[in-house]
Structures are given as structure tokens and as C-alpha cells.
Design a protein around this ligand. Structure first.
Ligand code: UD1
Length: 420
């Protein structure tokens, strides 16, 4: 299995291009099921999660073009030849559940394996099912699969989510586009990836209002057409790489990075003493080797501080001056990077849903183990700031969400290698 070796304490300078958002793309691809015409997506990141979604959609009869030498894919769903999403594919990636709503809306039936457990908490899919049931689907759980039918089609309705879920909002949105009548989603997710999905669905002919607020209204139509859409830039990739020069010192520009998608994170980074400026092509980060200040963060749905940047922010705060409290409110059990950071000399105590990080002067390289996507990249960031070598195992997690991570970091002067 591949490993990554990072030799720390090199200051970083240069430019990094930010890719299209993985999480946006994982919702946009299943939207192709809603039309018989072709959906063309550009700015698609080359990631193993995207390939998993491609394999899943192909298993349902879609023809999907290859992503090898381009950032463009075309997805055509002339006929749906299979309406069963198999466990062997779904278990690899939770976002597979996003085929359920569109498949049901298009075919009136769908059988989708339950995604099962996940390293960062229980992560059930009950809110997806709650929304689809409100839209008129009959659901049955049998042998680990959700069997869903809507013989007479779906019908518009009022859905008040008990709490905010990105995925469940996306499921409900896609299903409602082809439902009869009006659907209102209350307490909807406001994430930029949801807004991007709505933008694309609108190009496909859907009638939707209110995206980016907590109330979205969908007027069902009988048919959607094909469309072309460029995937929004990846705010989580941006935030992750912004932390690299923040940790090591240096000056890096992030091409295509958008502060408006990452305001809460940028405000917190500035609170630590890091300088951020907007440039004509994106965002730049300057850190002139001063010790950063400890801060407190609380993860929340957008526009709050994103849970997907909590692990990476912790890597920075390990060497801050003072005590930082990081409260995780979205996922339970999302501190698995903490024991690995402790192996590198960090002083972290987990108290329920809060990690209390007492800043130390310097981390030291050590062999560490990646446990999930964001945890693994937090270990790379910590390694960039540590004295000596950090050897990270189980780096396949990284391939799910970071395109060319080694090449991008090398490009700004990091000493990092992937070894077989
Ligand atoms: C998406 C992102 C993920 C991010 C998360 C929160 C994708 C592919 N993934 O995941 O990177 O960390 O948003 O910003 O877009 N929940 C339920 N029942 C459900 C659904 C969710 O209880 O049916 C809970 C989850 O366990 C979690 C919370 O709701 O505690 C929020 O999860 P949700 O917003 O749904 O996350 P995902 O859409 O799975």
C-alpha cells in the first residue's frame, strides 16, 4: 500500500490551482438520471470518488465518458436498464445514496443498498428517506436495501427537515424536480454545493427558487433536458491548502479560490494572525513566521465553519500560542486525527464533542496512520510544519478527495513523496 513521506519546515511559495468541488460533482452526476438527454460537466476533479459514482451510474445503464485526459465528462441516460444500486459499489461511498431520489423520480422505482457505517460516525440516511416518503414514495427496508416505489409518480409536498442535511436536501431537490406540483423544503442546507446543483438543475429546465436560503421551492415539471455545467470550485480543497503556508510560513496564491464560499473559515484563519488577501485570480495567504494565536471554533452547517476543515485547522492550532477549543457539532467521532497528531507531539485532550488543543512550540515527524479523507490531509499539513520526517500510511483515503496532492504541494516547494 502506498505511503507519503513529508519532510517538514520548508517555507512554501508559489501558486496552486483549485479543482472543481468533489461534493458538488457527486450530486451533479446523479442528476443526469433525471433526463434522457446528455448532461455535460466541466471542471470535474479526477478523484476515486468520482470514478465510484461513474461505475455506479454505468451499472444503472448510463453512458459516461472517460475522465482520463480531461476535466469534462458527459453523462447520458437514454434508458435506465437497471434500478438496483448494488452493495458492492454503494459500500465504498456514502454519496451513492444520491441516486435514490433521481432514480425514483425517473423510473417510479429504485432499490438502493444502505451505505452502512462510516469512520466518522453513524451517518444514517433516514432524512433522505423521510423526504422521499413525504414526496409519496413507498419505502421498505429489506436485506440491507431500501426498496422504493412511486407507481403514480411523486407529488409535491411540504418537507420540514428536523435538522440540516446536505445530502437529504440534494435528494429531495432532485426528486421534486419531476414531482407533480410544488414542493417546499424548510430547513434546507445552504451549502454552495447545493446552490451549484440547483444552478445545474435550472439549466436542465427545473423550476427552483430560494437556493442558498433555508427555504427552497420546487415547481415540478414533466421532463428535464440536457445541459452543460461547470462545477463550482472546491472550497474544502482551498481551505486545506490555505493552511499549508499558514503552518510553514510563506506566501501562496490559490487560483480559482473563492473567499465568498469560505468566509467563516477565512475569518477564523485571520483571527489566528494569518494574512489573507483577494487577488485578481483567487486568494493568497501570507505568513511571515510569527507564532499564530490560539482560537476557538465550532463546526456548523453553511455559512458556519465547515466540519470538513476541522481536522486541518487542528493541525495548524497544534503549534498556536495558547489553548484552542474545537467543538464538532456535525459528526460524532470526528477526532480520529487527534491521537495521530499526539504521536507527533501535539497536546490534545478530547472532552466529549470538543477537542482542547494546548499549543506546543514544535511538532516532530513520526509514523502516522490516515483514518479518513480529511484526517489524512491534516496529517500531511502537520508533517509540513514538523521537524524531521512524517510517514503517513493508508493514503488511499486521500485519493478520494484530493487531486494531485503531492504534485500540488511540491509545486510550492514542499518536500513530499508518495512511495509504493
Ligand atoms: C456532506 C458532505 C460531507 C460533509 C457533510 C457536512 C458530500 C458528498 N459530503 O455529507 O463531506 O462533511 O455534508 O457538511 O457532499 N444525518 C442524519 N440522517 C440523514 C443524513 C444525515 O442523521 O439522513 C446526519 C449526519 O449523520 C450528520 C448530519 O446529519 O451528523 C449532517 O450530515 P449531512 O449534511 O447529511 O452530510 P452528507 O450529506 O452525508
Amino acid at each position: 500500500m502506498d505511503q507519503i513521506i513529508v519532510t517538514g519546515m520548508k517555507s512554501l511559495h508559489g501558486r496552486i490551482s483549485i479543482a472543481g468541488a468533489k461534493n458538488a460533482c457527486l450530486a451533479l452526476m446523479p442528476a443526469a438520471l433525471l433526463s434522457e438527454e446528455t448532461l455535460t460537466l466541466t471542471n470535474v476533479p479526477k478523484l476515486s470518488d468520482i470514478v465510484t459514482m461513474q461505475v455506479l451510474l454505468e451499472s444503472l445503464g448510463l453512458s459516461v465518458s472517460d475522465l482520463k485526459d480531461t476535466d469534462k465528462i458527459t453523462l447520458t441516460s437514454r434508458t435506465v436498464t437497471n434500478y438496483v444500486a448494488d452493495y458492492e459499489i454503494v459500500r465504498k461511498m456514502r454519496a451513492s445514496i444520491l441516486v435514490l431520489g433521481p432514480l425514483l423520480a425517473r423510473e417510479g422505482r429504485a432499490v438502493v443498498s444502505l451505505p452502512g457505517g462510516c469512520a466518522i460516525g453513524a451517518r444514517p440516511v433516514d432524512l433522505h428517506l423521510f423526504a422521499l416518503e413525504k414526496l409519496g414514495a413507498k419505502l421498505e427496508l429489506r436485506d440491507g436495501y431500501v426498496h422504493a416505489t412511486a407507481r403514480n409518480g411523486l407529488a409535491g409536498c411540504y418537507i420540514d427537515f428536523p435538522f440540516v442535511s446536505v445530502g437529504a436536501t440534494e435528494s429531495a431537490l432532485m426528486a421534486a424536480t419531476l414531482a407533480k406540483g410544488t414542493t417546499v423544503l424548510k430547513n434546507a442546507a445552504r451549502e454552495p454545493e447545493v446552490v451549484d446543483l440547483v444552478t445545474c438543475l435550472r439549466k436542465m429546465g427545473a423550476k427552483i427558487d430560494g437556493e442558498g436560503t433555508d427555504e427552497i421551492k420546487v415547481e415540478g415539471v414533466s421532463k428535464l433536458n440536457g445541459a452543460k455545467h461547470a462545477v463550482v470550485s472546491d472550497r474544502i480543497e482551498l481551505g486545506t491548502y490555505m493552511l499549508a503556508p499558514a503552518i510553514t510560513g510563506g506566501n501562496v496564491e490559490f487560483i480559482g479560490g473563492r473567499r465568498d464560499l469560505l468566509e467563516a473559515f477565512c475569518n477564523k484563519l485571520e483571527e489566528t494572525g494569518i494574512k489573507i488577501s483577494e487577488t485578481s485570480k483567487g486568494i493568497s495567504v501570507q505568513q511571515n513566521e510569527k507564532r499564530i494565536q490560539a482560537i476557538d471554533i465550532v463546526t456548523e452547517p453553511f455559512p458556519g465553519f465547515p466540519t470538513d476543515l476541522q481536522a486541518q485547522m487542528m493541525a495548524l492550532l497544534c503549534t498556536a500560542d495558547g489553548i484552542s477549543n474545537l467543538e464538532e457539532r456535525i459528526f460524532e467521532n470526528r477526532f480520529m486525527h487527534a491521537p495521530e497528531l499526539i504521536r507527533m507531539g501535539a497536546n490534545i485532550k478530547i472532552l466529549g464533542g470538543t477537542a482542547r488543543v494546548t499549543g506546543v512550540r514544535q511538532l516532530k515527524g513520526a509514523p502516522v496512520m490516515a483514518t479518513d479523507l480529511r484526517a489524512s490531509v491534516s496529517l500531511i499539513l502537520a508533517g509540513l510544519g514538523a521537524k524531521g520526517e512524517t510517514l503517513i500510511s493508508r493514503v488511499y483515503h486521500l485519493d478520494r478527495g484530493y487531486e494531485k496532492v503531492v504534485r500540488k504541494l511540491k509545486g510550492i516547494g514542499a518536500k513530499i513523496e508518495r512511495i509504493k
